[in-house]
Every structure is written in C-alpha cells, then in structure tokens.
Write a protein that binds this ligand. Structure first.
Ligand code: NAP
Length: 279
C-alpha cells in the first residue's frame, strides 16, 4: 500500500498529507465509508460534533481493522460549546461518541467572533494538549486577525488551520501567513464540492496531459502547494481515485494556471468567518 508523505506540525507531530472528509456521511453509511477509506489507505479522518457522525466515525475506525495508533482522528468544537468550561465538557462528549480515549487533532470549528469566546476555548484546548488528552490543537475558518489574537493572548499558535480552499478560492495570502508562522493548512471542500472545476479547460488539459482525472489534478494541486486536502466521497471507487495522486506531479506553470482560476467571490456559500457563524 502507498505510504503517504507526511507534513510536519509546529508541535512535533505529523499529519498525513491527504485526509478523508466525512460530512454528511452518518449512521451505517458513514461507518462503512470510514472503514472503506481507511482500508484504501487514508490515515487522517475529519469529523465534527456538528456533523452528527462521531459515533459512525468511531464505529468505522473499529470495523476497518486498522490499528488506532496509525490513524489521526480529527474532531471539532461547535460554536454552542465555546468558553473554557464548555470546551472541556464538549471534549468529553466527543470522546464518548467516538469511543476513544484521546483525540489526535482537535479544532475550533468556526471562530464566531460576535460570541467572542474562541480565545477561552483555545486556553482549554492548550490545557487538554498539555494533559496529553489531545495530540495536536488547531482551528478552522480562522483569519489572520483571529490567529494573531490567539498568539497574543496565549502565546500558542494553532498547529493547523482548516479553511475553505479549492481552485476558485485558493487562499493565496492566508497560505503565505501560515507558511511564515509554521501553521499547517487543511483544505475543506478541496474539490470544490458542487462547483468543482472539472470542466475548466485548464483542468481538462492538465488531466489529459498526465492521464489522470480532473479530480486527481485538483487534489495533486493541493499537495504541490503543501496543503492537506480532505476530499469526501461515499463511493469506494472515488475514495480510491482521490487517494491515488502520488504517481504524477505538476509543473510550476500547471500549478499557477490552476491557482489563476481563483476569484475574489470564489467561496462556495459566502462562508466569510468574519460574518458567517455556526453554533
Ligand atoms: P469536497 O470533498 O470538495 O466534495 C465532495 C463532493 O464531491 C461529493 O459530492 C462527492 O460525491 C464528490 N466527489 C468526491 N470525489 C469525487 C471524484 N473523484 N469525482 C467526482 N466527484 C467526486 O467537499 P466537502 O464534502 O464539502 O468537503 C470535504 C470535507 O471537508 C467534508 O466532508 C468535511 O469533513 C470538511 N468540511 C469542513 C468544513 C469546516 O467548516 N471546517 C466545512 C465544509 C467541509 P460522492 O460522495 O458521491 O463521491
């Protein structure tokens, strides 16, 4: 089986360079998809309290037969649980639903700036990490401004920031900021979900040139930029297709041509973290 390269994190841990997204897979279907993804070779699984599938993810992990220690399990703190004590309580609930005794990567799902409690949650997460109950701590949907505030208040930068990132929204300046500060980037909706750029001439041409599919070109573009994509697929065939992106590489000009598809308003649903909040 392909051994995937890993990305070093700023806390000494490592992250597989591709992961498996699980929203909106739930119940039996969710457990089966997670087990199949793990058997395909994925070693990073992305769930969240708000996906209502932590139980299914835990079951899929156990059913896969893959050793617990080989898998990086990620879950996320929902907005309604922000605050120091609430975060500690919410974490216990996630452990219970997942059926695990520790979480490898724990993220704040959205900053929810109007609630103004994400820094208190962050202090609780630093505590959980220091106790060894969480491997790495990070955030999702954080802007430079929110990241800078965490550092100013706690002295601890997140190991990971998981953000919307696909060819129509390539996040050039945030990636630059992450690189400067040693924060690893995970991409959500890495294929572009319902707005995937599979028919863009540049993607079609690059796919033909390498004898791969448009989806594989997009995922390889993430890897070339040092970004960890988290593609979701319910289908074992597409899970395998998405995982199979190590056998070719992109030229600088090809990477740049895909990045040039970016648009100012390229977000999928207007999920600007300054204004979009999720509880
Ligand atoms: P995505 O992975 O870009 O796209 C998923 C869609 O693409 C599904 O409809 C899937 O259908 C289809 N697909 C997958 N592989 C394909 C292929 N090779 N060819 C053609 N179609 C393919 O988008 P996403 O699910 O929105 O994002 C991925 C993950 O990111 C989520 O599952 C979740 O874990 C995470 N996420 C996080 C946040 C956040 O705020 N942190 C927000 C959104 C998402 P099939 O299932 O039928 O294959």
């Amino acid at each position: 089986m392909t051994r995937y390269p890993v990305i070093p994190l700023n806390d000494g841990h490592q992250l597989p360079s591709i992961g498996f997204g699980t929203y909106p897979l739930t119940g039996e279907e969710g457990a089966a998809a997670v087990a199949s993804a793990l058997r395909t070779g994925y070693r990073l699984i992305d769930t969240a309290v708000n996906y209502e599938n932590e139980e299914a993810v835990g079951r899929g992990l156990r059913e896969s037969g893959i050793a617990r220690g080989e898998v990086t399990v990620t879950t996320k703190l929902p907005g309604r649980d922000h605050g120091y004590d609430n975060t500690l309580r919410s974490f216990e609930g996630s452990l219970e639903r997942l059926g695990l005794d520790h979480i490898d990567l724990y993220l704040i799902h959205w900053p929810n700036p109007s609630v103004n409690k994400y820094a208190d949650s962050w202090r609780a997460m630093v505590e959980l990490r220091d106790q060894g109950r969480v491997g790495s701590i990070g955030v999702s949907n954080f802007t430079e401004e929110f990241l800078t505030r965490l550092l100013a208040e706690t002295g601890v930068f997140p190991a990971v920031n998981q953000v919307e990132l696909h060819p129509y929204f390539p996040q050039k300046s945030l990636l630059e900021f992450h690189r400067e500060h040693g924060i690893a980037t995970e991409a959500w909706s890495p294929l572009g979900k319902r707005a995937a750029p599979y028919n863009e001439p540049v993607v079609v041409e690059i796919a033909a040139a390498h004898g791969v599919t448009p989806a594989q070109v997009v995922l390889r573009w993430h890897l070339e930029r040092g970004v960890v994509p988290l593609p979701k697929s319910a289908s074992p065939e597409r899970q395998a297709e998405n995982f199979d992106v190590l056998g070719f590489s992109l030229e600088r000009s090809e990477i740049d041509a895909i990045t040039a598809l970016g648009r100012i308003d390229g977000r999928l649903f207007g999920g600007d973290p300054n204004t979009h909040e999720e509880m």
